[in-house]
Design a protein around this ligand. Structure first.
Ligand SMILES: *[C@@H]1O[C@H](CO)[C@@H](O)[C@H](O)[C@H]1NC(C)=O
Ligand SMILES: *[C@@H]1O[C@H](CO)[C@@H](O)[C@H](O)[C@H]1NC(C)=O
Ligand SMILES: *[C@@H]1O[C@H](CO)[C@@H](O)[C@H](O)[C@H]1NC(C)=O
Ligand SMILES: *[C@@H]1O[C@H](CO)[C@@H](O)[C@H](O)[C@H]1NC(C)=O
Ligand SMILES: *[C@@H]1O[C@H](CO)[C@@H](O)[C@H](O)[C@H]1NC(C)=O
Ligand SMILES: *[C@@H]1O[C@H](CO)[C@@H](O)[C@H](O)[C@H]1NC(C)=O
Ligand SMILES: *[C@@H]1O[C@H](CO)[C@@H](O)[C@H](O)[C@H]1NC(C)=O
Ligand SMILES: *[C@@H]1O[C@H](CO)[C@@H](O)[C@H](O)[C@H]1NC(C)=O
Ligand SMILES: *[C@@H]1O[C@H](CO)[C@@H](O)[C@H](O)[C@H]1NC(C)=O
Ligand SMILES: *[C@@H]1O[C@H](CO)[C@@H](O)[C@H](O)[C@H]1NC(C)=O
Ligand SMILES: *[C@@H]1O[C@H](CO)[C@@H](O)[C@H](O)[C@H]1NC(C)=O
Ligand SMILES: *[C@@H]1O[C@H](CO)[C@@H](O)[C@H](O)[C@H]1NC(C)=O
Length: 825
């Protein structure tokens, strides 16, 4: 009791009561009561929260100091600080006032006495009730609180309670804390409503993962807003800049937001995805008043003679003016559009559901996105001369890459090959007749002839083996080597075009030692490798001391340009930073494609081949983002019996080299070193971060910081897998859309990155793990510290079990894994 008295005495000492603070001069309010009413804009007073974080009062418009909006704002912050306002659509002039009437009603009277307070009848006991501003920014009068009537902002500690927030420009709404809409058309939603916004930055939902901002649990000030661009985002204040940083957003691609571009135009993302531009669909011209962003108009009326222009990776969405139909193929879809006179085009989805959507009257909410598995077909008059600028989709997109069926050009040296075949065949027949008598001798010779055939490159080079180009031919094709497109450890790469219009990449190898024979052997090996996910070799040149390889040209460039914000490899020529962000579906396809290519090199080829330099720079992306592994020609050749034969002179790239190689030197190179490099690339595909750069928002504790260990800690110990994921597309994990494949990719990466080579799965198993055909047990933490112990003691018992089972080629992980690990544990 006496303690309580002492406390209240102390309290009074340090926080004098309003009565004690009262003075004849007006002061800034700590609360606004009937005795201070009316409160006019000209008084220039503010109501402060006890912690001085928030203020409420009349604020002049930025462009007109005679008009005011009664607002709540971050007192401390000078940019974009308004979090709530009473009359954002109806600014008042200097004769307005905030009043508490004798009956206890709180009113915002404009100059003519009209009440603009958002909740028309806010009443309380006039004598005792005050308007106060709480520390969390909640403005309270009796039972009324501004937190229940948000404008475009939700603050930490605010419950959503099914409210709707509307952007300041009035165009976009987050309705009932569920649907993000333009008018009645929704373009983003959450399965379960947002519930509350915690001070950690986390937003909770029932029965669904919370949403985490990238600066989760930091002490920064945050707010959730529906921005005027239509995106729902969490902004976090960086006091050092000072500015608001975006730490979460509903749509990564702004073009997914409806009405970013007007009717008949198509939204395109420029570079970093935070800005967009609009282009007209072919056959349409920009609106004379506002340009393509406002919309586009048809150039020629469509007569009876019409045609369809194909727009790859373009989709038109939303609106009442669409008809969804299920059709077996495109032709039926097109026939439906032809029958309907108001049909202006249709879209067809290749995602496996063959969905056909007829567009009536206009093409609305168009966007181009490389992740889009949809093409649009626009009806235009037959005399229309516009061409479609949207190309690149050649075939149906699937999770696996499509199989090219193409007729290769006939080989130049056909006569010679045929002759060689005939020579061998006739010798063989002759031998057969005599050799049949002595079966053993026959067998021995058979092997000899098989090898002879191999050496001549006949076995796996049916038609169209590598063509031998002359130096002169390549000089003309590459316009005197004038168009460099890349530079790697092996030499420069130039773009060129063959007389038959095929576009090529010519790799000029440097410092090639050894004679023609070695080079020929190497080219033969490369040319024998045929896999969808391996870069195709078309030919070579060995002349005048020059050694060149002629590959198919892959226009999109290498994976690193798409994964990392800025390329940190100084020796690669920047194409330009304007690359679209890859979504999880495409990343998954890339991971599987590359894994299949390496598995093919390791296990399916006639010769076992190690790549030795797997890194994002060596993964090229085709038009439809189908990956092509390159540079495998300069790898070591591994015979089936396991002894490695060195053919070329390269070493791996730091950051991707398996730890055992750093320690033991490259002589011990095994397939498991490639598995490690692949694991590192996989982790980079997941995180969008170079393994030797730190992830944004993470701190490096020591010089021994190791990306795989860090990622393991986050994903499996702290169980915050989302911190590992590329923050730019993290929300698709939060929303559960790609939950399974992302988890599988993370687990597989961890197994590939095991520090002991024996612990890593074979590449064939990695493919199965990624495909989901194998149950994946929890991996152990990868570390770089095993090296010191690895040399001394015996092999890790678990490792031996995995290794032996591995070589028996049963499924990974072995069934014995868990029980064995326990008994050894
Ligand atoms: C109220 O606070 C504002 C903002 O700090 C200040 O400019 C103004 O002078 C204060 N008014 C009074 C009467 O203290
Ligand atoms: C207000 O800003 C000052 C300096 O920018 C800072 O020291 C202070 O902690 C801030 N106050 C609050 C309540 O954030
Ligand atoms: C002031 O800006 C608002 C939008 O913020 C605009 O609607 C209004 O026309 C502007 N007024 C003047 C006088 O520029
Ligand atoms: C303020 O606005 C009201 C209407 O809202 C108008 O009647 C009044 O004349 C205005 N006063 C001044 C000083 O502009
Ligand atoms: C406002 O509330 C008072 C008291 O609750 C009531 O008498 C009055 O009718 C209400 N006015 C309106 C416009 O709802
Ligand atoms: C407020 O107080 C005054 C006297 O101080 C009294 O006359 C009046 O009835 C009170 N009003 C209410 C609503 O309690
Ligand atoms: C957060 O909200 C709760 C309940 O609405 C309230 O009691 C508490 O004071 C608020 N926190 C702050 C810092 O205002
Ligand atoms: C939520 O909304 C309901 C009805 O609109 C209201 O009765 C309730 O007090 C609100 N809850 C909170 C925590 O604001
Ligand atoms: C969200 O939008 C969908 C489709 O328009 C609708 O069925 C649903 O009722 C909406 N949910 C809420 C909570 O408004
Ligand atoms: C947030 O950080 C504080 C200290 O910085 C820590 O004690 C707390 O456990 C963290 N909370 C979560 C949910 O990570
Ligand atoms: C887009 O982001 C870049 C950097 O990420 C920034 O420099 C630029 O100002 C941003 N543009 C817009 C329109 O926000
Ligand atoms: C297509 O591209 C060409 C050249 O880039 C440009 O001149 C033309 O306007 C574009 N057409 C459309 C319909 O965007």
């Amino acid at each position: 009791m006496s303690l309580a008295v002492a406390f209240s005495a102390l309290f009074l000492l340090f926080f004098p009561s309003p009565a004690a603070a009262q003075s004849p001069k007006p002061t800034n309010f700590s609360a606004f009561s009937i005795s201070q009413s009316p409160w006019r804009p000209s008084q220039n007073l503010v109501l402060l929260s006890p912690n001085s974080l928030f203020a409420a009062g009349f604020r002049p418009l930025p462009n007109n100091s005679n008009l005011f909006i009664f607002s709540v704002w971050y007192f401390n912050i000078s940019t974009d600080n308004v979090v709530w306002s009473a009359n954002r659509l109806h600014p008042v002039n200097g004769s307005a006032a905030l009043v508490i009437t004798a009956t206890g009603q709180l009113r915002l009277n404009d100059g003519s006495g009209r009440n603009l307070w958002p909740f028309n009848n806010v009443t309380a006991n006039s004598n005792s009730t005050q308007l106060i501003l709480r520390d969390d920014g909640d403005l309270i009068y009796g039972t009324w609180e501004s937190f229940q009537f948000p404008t475009n902002t939700i603050l930490p500690n605010q419950t959503f309670n099914g409210t709707t927030i509307i952007s300041n420009n009035g165009k976009y709404s987050f309705v009932n804390s569920v649907n993000l809409t333009f008018g009645t058309e929704r373009y983003w939603w959450t399965d379960n409503p947002f519930k509350n916004f915690e001070n950690t930055g986390q937003i909770n939902r029932d029965n669904q993962n919370p949403i985490y901002p990238t600066d989760f649990n930091s002490t920064r000030l945050r707010k959730l807003v529906v921005d005027d661009d239509g995106n729902l985002k969490i902004l976090s204040f960086d006091p050092n800049s000072p500015r608001w940083d975006m730490v979460w957003q509903a749509h990564v691609e702004l073009c997914q937001i409806f009405h970013t571009c007007g009717p008949n135009s198509i939204c395109m993302s420029s570079g970093s995805y935070n800005s967009t531009y609009c282009v007209c669909a072919p056959g349409f011209s920009p609106d004379p008043r506002g340009g393509a962003r406002q919309g586009c108009n048809r150039k020629l009326n469509v007569s009876n003679k019409l045609k369809f222009l194909q727009l790859d990776f373009v989709n038109f969405r939303g609106g009442a003016n669409q008809i969804f139909i299920q059709t077996p193929n495109i032709s039926v879809c097109q026939a439906n559009c032809l029958k309907n006179s108001s049909c202006v085009g249709y879209t067809f989805s290749f995602e496996g559901n063959d969905q056909c959507v007829l567009q009536l009257d206009m093409l609305s909410n168009g966007l181009w996105s490389p992740g889009m598995k949809t093409a649009a077909f626009v009806k235009v008059d037959n005399s229309e001369t516009d061409q479609s600028n949207f190309t690149g989709m050649k075939y149906k997109l699937q999770t696996t890459c499509p199989v090219h069926i193409s007729i290769r050009p006939p080989p130049d040296n056909k006569d010679k090959t045929t002759r060689n075949i005939w020579i061998i065949v006739s010798i063989f027949i002759a031998e057969l007749i005599s050799g049949a008598v002595f079966f053993c001798a026959f067998l021995k010779r058979f092997i000899k002839y098989r090898d002879m055939a191999r050496t001549l490159g006949l076995e796996s080079l049916p038609a169209g083996g590598p063509k031998r180009f002359s130096y002169e031919e390549l000089k003309i094709a590459t316009n005197d080597f004038s168009n460099p497109v890349g530079k790697g450890g092996f030499g420069e790469v130039f773009k060129g075009e063959l007389p038959d219009k095929r576009v090529i990449a010519v790799k000029c190898l440097k410092n090639v030692s050894g004679g023609d024979g070695d080079f020929w052997a190497e080219v033969t090996i490369i040319a024998r490798m045929h896999h969808l996910n391996l870069l195709r070799l078309w030919g070579f040149c060995a002349e005048k001391g020059q050694r060149m390889l002629v590959y198919e040209y892959i226009p999109n460039g290498s994976l690193d340009k798409f994964l990392f914000v800025k390329s940190s490899s100084s020796d690669s020529i920047e194409i330009d930073g304007e690359n679209p962000l890859l979504d999880w579906g495409i990343r998954y396809r890339i991971a599987i494609g590359v894994a299949r290519a390496i598995a093919y090199l390791h296990e399916e080829c006639l010769e076992w081949v190690l790549h030795r330099d797997i890194k994002p720079e060596n993964i090229l992306l085709d038009n439809d983002f189908c990956p092509k592994l390159s540079d495998f020609g300069l790898s070591k050749l591994k015979e089936n019996d396991g002894t490695a034969v060195s053919i070329s002179r390269i070493r791996g790239t730091p950051g991707y080299v398996a730890p055992e190689l750093v320690k033991l030197g490259s002589n011990s190179m095994t397939t498991k070193a490639d598995v490690y490099s692949f694991g590192m690339v996989l982790l980079e595909i997941i995180s969008g971060t170079r393994n030797f750069d730190t992830k944004e928002g993470s701190t490096v504790e020591s010089a021994f910081w190791y990306f795989p260990s860090w990622a393991f800690e986050k994903a499996f110990v702290e169980e915050k897998i989302e911190e590992v994921l590329d923050s730019r597309i993290r929300n698709q994990y939060d929303s559960g859309a790609h939950f399974a494949i992302i988890n599988r990719m993370v687990q597989t990466a961890m197994w590939c990155l095991q520090s002991q080579p024996e612990m890593r799965p074979s590449m064939g198993k990695v493919v199965k793990m990624l495909e989901g055909k194998l149950e994946i047990p929890n991996p152990e933490k990868p570390s770089i510290y095993f090296l010191s112990e690895g040399q001394e003691g015996p092999k890790h018992p678990i490792a031996m079990v995995v290794d032996s089972v591995d070589s028996m080629d049963s499924d990974f992980p072995p069934a014995e894994y868990s029980s064995t690990s326990q008994s050894f544990g």
